[in-house]
Design a protein around this ligand. Structure first.
Ligand SMILES: *Cc1c(COP(=O)(O)O)cnc(C)c1O
Length: 376
């Protein structure tokens, strides 16, 4: 009997740092303080140090961090925000949540990130911000998008939820414009054992505004006094404890992910379309969060792998413009052919630090067998 290979397994990563984790969880239990306490403050300091951000504000999840970032950046009704067509739903739903209008533009083949030319063509009198997303394994073209935003006097905000550890020209993703976010959803490169997220920025005023609004809009100097309408987006002490422990081995895990990705590419490049990468920067703009391949027979391949106990994840089965919830959205009417093709062909393979070389080889052998004599 073959042992199944799940698409994702974070149990081993959590166990790896068990001693430090256990010590921190005990400290949380002993303190009796379970949300927004010293562990969360320590995580904010640690993430600020890791990314080089002047300010880091923990939230309950990455989606909340996006909503709070947009709100604090002054985005609201009457404003348009340009977003990419191939990303997680939260990139667009967060814009709608603050009452603004997303305008969905196509992505570049290969990087799956916002096409700067498509973004430029979509700028109109009501455009207030550009919000690229860094997808799967590398950053969007931040140099081009920063320039575009500056030329038109627009705010650059980053959905850097997947981008921990990605750097461009010495600056961490999320810190190119006014602000960015991180998600610590369990499958993410740095994941908790539940939900958590963070805002990162060099802008003190924006950070303070997110701090206030993540806690119902409560005045900093007055309990139960509310200055504005906010949300409940507290971060749990337990998640902060887990994330602090996992942060200790993050760089080693990022290295392991890169070795596994290289092994996949070596074995699959002649069989399917393996990931395209923009030239590497130093420190690296590439972190292997998801290893995404493309195949003309994607759906049958997924079935084949599933039948052999290998988990996959179709990121994403639809472009954002094709989402039922966005059907009547005026900003979803631009053609996005690149995203549509990707949504039919792309699939993520198992990738996590504790995946073994032998497991990668087994997945590759199954994919090679499946494509034998057939099309890519
Ligand atoms: C994961 C993710 C989010 C949302 O983060 P949550 O913590 O799940 O709310 C937003 N955008 C992108 C691109 C993501 O991958």
């Amino acid at each position: 009997m073959l042992i199944p290979i799940p698409f994702y397994s974070c149990a081993d990563s959590v166990r790896r740092n068990w001693e430090s984790l256990e010590r921190r969880v005990r400290a949380v239990a002993d303190s009796g303080r379970f949300t927004s306490g010293p562990m969360v403050a320590e995580l904010e300091t640690a993430i600020a140090a890791y990314t080089g951000a002047k300010h880091a504000v923990a939230c309950n999840n990455g989606t909340d961090a996006l909503i709070l970032m947009l709100k604090a950046a002054g985005i609201g009704p009457g404003d348009e925000v340009i977003v990419p067509a191939y990303t997680f739903f939260a990139t667009v739903s967060s814009v709608l949540r603050v009452g603004a209008e997303p305008v969905i533009v196509d992505v570049l083949p290969g990087s799956y990130a916002m096409d700067p030319e498509r973004a430029a063509a979509a700028i109109g009198p009501r455009t207030k911000a550009i919000m690229p997303a860094h997808m799967f394994s590398q950053t969007a073209d931040l140099v081009a998008l920063t320039e575009l935003a500056a030329q038109h006097g627009l705010r650059l905000l980053e959905d850097s939820a997947e981008a921990i550890g990605m750097w461009v020209n010495g600056r961490h993703a999320g810190l190119w414009g006014r602000a960015g976010v991180l998600s610590f959803f369990p499958t993410k490169t740095l994941g908790g054992i539940g939900d958590a997220g963070m805002l990162i920025t060099d802008d003190a005023e924006l950070a303070a505004e997110v701090r206030r609004r993540r806690c119902h809009g409560q005045a900093t100097d007055g309990a139960y006094v509310y200055e504005v309408l906010g949300w409940n987006s507290r971060c749990d002490e337990l998640q902060a404890a887990v994330l602090l422990s996992r942060l200790e081995t993050l760089d080693a895990e990022i290295e392991r992910r890169a070795a596994l990705a290289a092994r996949y590419t070596e074995r699959l490049a002649a069989v399917v379309d393996t990931p395209w990468l923009a030239p590497a920067k130093s420190p690296s703009n590439q972190v292997w969060y998801v290893y995404l391949i493309e195949s003309d027979r994607r759906d049958a391949l997924v079935e084949h792998l599933d039948a052999h106990g290998v988990g996959t994840e179709v990121y994403y089965p639809r472009s954002l413009s094709e989402q039922p919830a966005l059907r009547d959205l005026p900003g979803a009417s631009l053609p996005t052919p690149v995203a549509t093709v990707a949504s039919r062909r792309a699939v993520g393979l198992p990738l996590y630090p504790d995946l073994t070389d032998a497991q990668v080889d087994r997945v590759c052998a199954l994919i090679t067998d499946f494509h034998q004599g057939g099309t890519r």
